[in-house]
Design a protein around this ligand. Structure first.
Ligand code: GAR
Length: 229
């Protein structure tokens, strides 16, 4: 059965495109029911070109955050999604909104969480002198970028990296991580219980690392994979 996805985005939509390509490639059994944005994002135009439903819930057309989020929640819920994927959605969502979709909403964030929640993650990794950087896919909980991490991808920081170069090298890895993670989530029973991720009722002890614990098509591999009972 095909999982119903709603993608929330605010920008270029390259991660959205990566998801769509995985679906077209036949290995992500899902269907993007709608792309929804809080602004006039380039990613919405991409979705429109694909003939997909697009919805723009403009923050500036709402008097306050609560009415904005109420419109956003109505738009999202109208598609009855199995999963809500934040792919470059650049608004902080209130606990009330998040709780409405708890356990069904994930986000891709350009850092090795719990490092560097929030913005300017590449610059902050460089400023800290980190030798590794990466991206994480995590469940969205009321704490900003603080929900349990499902999967990560890592890359070495190279001499001469600046924030742009680091971001450019990370992006293609994000495009592998997000669809692989969605493939996993749509093929394995998963539950978020008290901030703990359970796959097939087995707690996930550490984030799945792409290339070590998770392959590009979302199959679990390696030492982190405990076969259920
Ligand atoms: C991606 O790098 C994603 O990790 C980041 O925004 C970019 C969106 O690019 N997300 C965040 O920073 C969320 N805090 P895209 O529009 O090309 O997919």
């Amino acid at each position: 059965m095909s999982a119903r996805l709603v993608v929330l985005l605010s920008g270029r939509g390259t991660n959205f495109t990566a998801l769509q390509q995985a679906i077209e490639g036949g290995w992500l059994k899902a269907d993007i029911r709608a792309a929804i944005s809080d602004r006039d994002a380039a990613g919405l135009a991409l979705a429109e070109d694909l003939g997909m439903d697009t919805v723009r819930v403009d923050r500036r057309r709402h008097p306050d955050r609560s009415s904005f989020e109420s419109s956003l929640a109505t738009a999202v819920a109208g598609y009855a999604p199995d999963w809500i994927v934040l792919a470059g959605f650049m608004r902080v969502l209130s606990p009330g909104f998040v709780e409405q979709f708890s356990g069904r909403m994930i986000n891709i964030h350009p850092s090795l969480l719990p490092k560097y929640r929030g913005l300017e993650t590449h610059a902050r990794a460089l400023a800290a002198g980190d030798s590794e950087h990466g991206a994480s896919v995590h469940f969205v909980t009321p704490e900003l970028d603080g929900g349990p991490v499902i999967s990560q991808v890592r890359l070495p920081v190279l001499a001469g990296d600046d924030p742009e170069r680091l971001a450019d090298r990370l992006l293609p890895l994000e495009h592998r991580l997000l669809p692989a993670t969605m493939a996993l989530l749509t093929t394995t029973p998963v539950e978020l219980r008290h901030e703990q991720i359970l796959f097939d009722n087995q707690p996930l002890v550490e984030p799945l690392l792409l290339g070590r614990d998770l392959d590009d098509h979302g199959r679990r591999t390696g030492r982190n994979h405990v076969q259920p009972g």
